[in-house]
Design a protein around this ligand. Structure first.
Ligand code: DX5
Ligand code: ZN
Length: 226
């Protein structure tokens, strides 16, 4: 089990009319990273935000900006997101023609490279890339929308990824889970070895606000880590 579990609130569930304020609230409430979901209407059906929003958020928070690219040909936009202030750029293994090259491009741009796979994509597809990344993102919903229900079968990949990372000497690589994560569902992900939890609706959609949401998540993590 991971020593410290980080929380990455996803701005997809935030109020975009008050985005800066919501990100500040999340930081003050103890968030560890800010997750930015980038969707192009092609790789996924939905359209969200681009480098402009990353640039706008950069001076608002001291937290790392964790940019999740759900777009085709992500290599075309690495430079723009790096220049905008991304700390991590994660690309989908299914969307990359030349995964190695794209990951190298991200590293050369001074950004932490991450790789992700959809719930139905096997770990074998990214095995060769594991020594090259600082984050592996395990999607626990089919990407495109917030507020979906977690697919438990996707969690089975976490222990395999942890094992393979250890085998290639990259045990410091973060393992992030994304989709349907809440205080009620995070237990099995944490127990399997995930150490970054993306949470959209569970944080920004919480009826009692971000502070309560963060507190509830921390206590669920503590419970799961016993
Ligand atoms: C889904 C996105 C997620 C989304 C998670 O395509 O990658 O980051 O914002 O939202 P919740 O936590 O509501 O499932
Ligand atoms: Zn995401």
């Amino acid at each position: 089990m991971a020593e410290r579990v980080l929380i990455a609130p996803s701005i997809l569930a935030a109020d975009f009319a008050r985005l800066g304020e919501q990100v500040r609230q999340a930081e003050a409430a103890g968030a560890d990273l800010i997750h930015v979901d980038v969707m192009d209407g092609r790789y996924v059906p939905n359209i969200s935000v681009g480098p402009l929003v990353v640039r706008a958020l950069r001076p608002v928070t001291g937290l790392p900006l964790d940019v999740h690219l759900m777009i085709v040909e992500p290599e075309r936009y690495v430079e723009a997101f790096a220049a905008a202030g991304a700390s991590y750029i994660t690309v989908h293994v299914e969307a990359c023609q030349h995964l190695d090259r794209t990951l190298a491009l991200i590293r050369e741009a001074g950004v932490h490279p991450g790789v992700t796979l959809n719930p139905a994509t096997p770990v074998s597809l990214l095995e060769h890339a594991l020594p090259l990344v600082d984050m592996v993102l395990v999607m626990t919903v089919n990407p495109g929308f917030g507020g979906q229900e977690l697919l438990p079968y996707a969690l089975r990949k976490i222990s395999t990824i942890r094992l393979r990372l250890a085998e290639c000497g990259n045990e410091h690589c973060l393992i992030e889970v994304d989709g349907g994560i809440s205080p009620a569902t995070l237990g099995p992900a944490v127990q399997a070895g995930a150490n970054v939890l993306v949470m959209g609706s569970a944080i920004f959609g919480h009826p009692d606000g971000v502070v309560q949401a963060m507190a509830a998540s921390r206590s669920a993590i503590k419970e799961a880590s016993r």
